[in-house]
Design a protein around this ligand. Sequence first.
Ligand SMILES: [Zn+2]
Length: 151
Amino acid sequence: MPIPVVRSEAYYLPPPREPADSYDCIPVAERVFTWLSYRTGRRLIPPVGNAEQVYFARVNQNRWIVDCACGAAQVTSPTDPRSACTQCGLGWCALVFPADPDAVETELLDLLPHLRNWWHPDDPANPNRPEPEPQPEPEPAPDPEPEEPTS
Ligand SMILES: [Zn+2]
């Protein structure tokens, strides 16, 4: 059985001393706050408000991730397509996933996990974004007729 592409449900897990299902009551997008609070010993609370930013999710070395404008990134999941940054405190941002995330994951399974990368075709940060078709040059306007001198 191939190693699946990692979503946040499989990444942000409770510590071994807690029951394995102790994060199940936390919305998937908010688990990063609980996970990071435990690991850093800092109290991290998810923001309340929404931000107007919309981010594209991508697969990076076998993990669904979202990049924040501040430069931080976190593992994410198409099952709860929103993200709030644990580093800069930006509110909840909507995420753009492919129409069929399962199909994207399936097409990546033939690659070794560390080679599994995918970018949304509309993501401006996509390094493989197709170049727009060159548009034909418009016909130059004909030169205006020289005006006849008036006497
Ligand atoms: Zn941030």
